[in-house]
Design a protein around this ligand. Structure first.
Ligand code: SF4
Length: 756
């Protein structure tokens, strides 16, 4: 029996499902969660949840979730007060920064930051206070190529998403939303949305080296060779241009570079890419013909197209094909969401901006170019290992697990262990935080306010949904925003403990809000807010912290009352009155050219980096593929490296297996279920095999995020799991040259039998 019901958006993945949470008051006055199920009234998810959604209770009650700071003393973590933790940090970092400068500290932001409100605002306060150019994030083992290709074409990270609810034809590459629930495409109940495409007579085609769960339900599966998506897409684009069926329609007038495209793509005929892709020319021509013939169609590429060595050019080609088939920015095609916390379009005229620039600085050791203010994670170990001015000696991680999630884990672990000092904002003692000197644990998801600030900008429907915290903080806990502000204050040299430390954090919060309000109303893209910065601050009333920042952001967003004079625009108060969310309608077409931020005010199709990549791509047509390559995979009960401590999700058969085609297994003398040794340039591991024809011959697959049994890790359930860390095999040298994103798919490996 529940005494009360709360509603909250699930923060565990990009789908953002609405949850209905039952709560009971215990005899000591504390509330506990009785059950979690899908919120039937949620305007976006309509009751859908996956098996992970109901485990927020388990996460909240996980005994391994730290509830107060921990400091390492003589090799063991001991709980301390927040003041003691910040004092420890201050005393350790100040002499290092004084002696070696600000670049001696680096910061690494993990993927869960994108799902958490306070870090979305206060990580930038922390980074500013650190004053370092050594900034890293999980984006370069994930989606960075898509951000880069979108920014090159449109001038900002405006990523088109497939209009799932209205399309007639969906071509998906390297995406398995039946396991992941979608990524760079926020769509609760992705499986239901796919089913409805077929129910209305539409077609789904999946291109993937593995017959994934999504491929199983598709109308067609093309088992492409790993990391050859760019060949496949270039051949489709070239076919459309060659046979004269390419039809960008009204966007022709606002696109530059179309004339040159045909010449650059000429080497990629269906016949010329057949050997590299492992597909027939006929299969490729069929897809090109179907895309152009379908009333509406959308191409969508995800992790298989980004985490490979042609990541940026593959991501770019996804939208080139959307453009050439006339499906970019139209209903049923690839469309631009209008997030309530996003940027308004320029009214009327084509948008113009400074466009995308990268490479403003280069990393110290190997000269990797900066991109979106960061260096690729592939160079983090060398920046720690290599002596000299600017050597990284201090690392701050926020919700990140680079020891497990980044390539060449053995090297990364050794680098982390060699640091002078490490601070982790993280709830667990995991593969990464075991190396830390201080761990600052945030509260559980049920204790945090939530708004999907980033992910609703990739939603297949325009919605806005805010969730207040469901449960209060315990006396030993500190809010996530407050942790980041106090850490920032320490880097600023402010007192680390006592009332002065609190005042320093308050001041940073005030400055952050004023800065946000000032920036929001001085929009350089032609939008003039109806409210001044001081009016926005006043409108936020007594709110402080992330909620005040959110209120300002919403008021100055596309639906906000900062821009809609006289109308009731969206503010945080509006969302508080709508616990199931606010439906802002289906995606709008014709957002181009208003959302462009390129200097030419056109879709800039080409630049020298892409020309050079197309030349490299053309050269690769003749490359002989490695005999055996490794790809990743995902399971619906898993979420990168941080949900494996939940017993209800990990129970059952071992899912961390090496999937290998039966023909390969027989050739190599490996029996089904027997252990195999997998070796790459950088490492080797032994893993249980699973002989299955879901992978094509020449391809093996291991899921990522497992292998959490390293010494010192305190994840009692995950440590018992029979898994391996696939990033022992992935190679920090194998990166997409434009974005710096690591090629986690298509890794050359050898596989041999191993003795148990
Ligand atoms: S799909 Fe699952 S994990 Fe993702 S938001 Fe929905 S319930 Fe949460």
């Amino acid at each position: 029996m529940s005494d009360r019901t709360a509603f909250r958006t699930c923060p565990l993945c990009e789908a953002g499902c609405g949850l209905e949470i039952g709560l009971k008051t215990e005899s000591d006055g504390r509330e506990t969660v009785t059950r979690i199920r899908g919120d039937q009234l949620d305007v976006f998810s309509h009751g859908f949840i996956c098996p992970k959604g109901s485990t927020l209770k388990h996460l909240h009650e996980d005994p391994d979730w730290l509830r107060q700071p921990h400091v390492k003393v003589d090799g063991s973590f001991v709980p301390v007060s927040w003041d003691e933790a910040f004092e420890t940090i201050a005393q350790a970092i100040r002499p290092i920064l004084d002696a070696h400068g600000r670049d001696a500290a680096a910061v690494y932001l993990g993927n869960p930051n994108a799902h958490s409100l306070a870090p979305m605002f206060y990580n930038r306060t922390l980074i500013k206070a650190m004053g370092t150019r050594n900034r890293f994030s999980a984006s370069t083992v994930d989606q960075r190529p898509k951000e880069v290709s979108a920014a090159m074409m449109f001038g900002s990270v405006a990523v088109p998403v497939p209009d799932l609810d209205r399309t007639d034809y969906l071509l998906m590459l390297g995406a398995n939303p039946l396991a992941s629930n979608g990524s760079l495409c926020t769509a609760p109940d992705f499986p239901g949305r796919l089913r409805r495409i077929q129910e209305r007579g539409g077609t789904i085609v999946v291109v993937d080296p593995r017959r994934s769960e999504t491929a199983e339900v598709a109308d067609r599966h093309l088992a492409i060779r790993p990391a050859t998506d760019a060949h496949f897409l270039a051949a489709i684009a070239n076919t459309l241009l060659e046979d004269g069926t390419a039809a960008p329609g009204p966007l022709t007038a606002v696109t530059s570079g179309l004339d040159e495209l045909g010449e650059l793509l000429a080497p990629f005929t269906p016949e010329s890419v057949a050997a590299s892709t492992g597909l027939t020319a006929e299969e490729i021509r069929d897809v090109a013909g179907e895309l152009i013939a379908a009333p509406t169609a959308a191409v969508y590429g995800r992790i298989g197209t980004t985490c490979q060595d042609f990541g940026t050019v593959s991501s770019w080609l996804v939208d080139v094909v959307n453009l050439l088939t006339g499906n970019l920015d139209r209903v049923g095609g690839a469309m631009f969401p209008t997030g309530a916390a996003g940027q308004p379009s320029t009214k009327g005229e084509p948008g113009r901006g400074r466009g995308f620039r990268m490479g403003r600085v280069a990393s110290r050791v190997s000269g990797a170019p900066e991109c979106f203010g960061e260096f690729p994670v592939s160079v983090l170990p060398e920046e720690i290992e290599t002596p000299g001015q600017g050597q990284v000696r201090i690392l701050v991680t926020v919700a990140g697990n680079p020891a497990n999630s980044n390539p060449n884990s053995n090297r990364m672990n050794a680098a982390l262990e060699s640091l002078d000092f490490m601070v982790c904002v993280d709830p667990y003692i995991n593969e990464t935080t075991r190396h830390a000197d201080v761990i600052l644990p945030p509260p559980s998801p049920l204790q945090k306010p939530h708004y999907d600030l980033a992910l609703l900008n990739f939603a297949v429907r325009n919605v806005a949904n805010y969730s207040p915290p469901v449960l209060p903080l315990e006396t030993t806990q500190l809010g996530e925003g407050r942790i980041l502000l106090r850490l920032a204050a320490v880097f600023n040299g402010a007192p680390a403990s006592g009332p002065e430390a609190e005042s320093a954090a308050d001041l940073l919060d005030e400055q952050a809000a004023q800065g946000l309000a000032g920036a929001a109303v001085s929009d350089r893209f032609g939008n003039v807010a109806e409210r001044s910065p001081s009016e926005l601050m006043e409108a936020a009333g007594d709110r402080r912290g992330a909620e005040r920042m959110l209120d300002i952001t919403l008021r100055t967003g596309p639906y906000g009352d900062g821009f809609i004079s006289g109308a009731e625009g969206i503010s945080l108060a509006t969302l508080e009155r709508h616990p199931h969310g606010v439906d802002l309608g289906p995606l709008e077409e014709h957002r181009l050219p208003g959302i462009l931020r390129t200097p030419s005010a056109t879709i800039e199709l080409l630049n020298d980096m892409l020309r050079s990549e197309l030349a490299r791509l053309s050269g690769s047509l003749a490359d002989a593929p490695p005999q055996m390559v490794l790809i990743g995979r995902r399971h619906i009960r898993s979420n990168n490296s941080w949900m494996h401590n939940i017993g209800v999700l990990t129970k059952g058969r071992n899912r961390c297996t090496l999937q290998i085609h039966p023909d390969d297994a027989e050739r190599l003398g490996i029996a089904d279920g027997a252990p195999a040794r997998v070796t790459s340039r950088v490492g080797e591991l032994v893993v249980d095999t699973e002989c299955t024809d879901v992978v094509r011959p020449g391809v093996v697959s291991i899921p990522h995020g497992f292998g959490q049994n390293a010494p010192g890790v305190r994840l009692r359930v995950a440590a018992e799991y029979r898994g391996v860390n696939t990033n022992v095999l992935t190679d920090e040298r194998d990166v997409d040259p434009i974005s710096g994103n690591v090629a986690l798919n298509g890794v050359a490996v050898t596989v041999t039998p191993a003795t148990p």
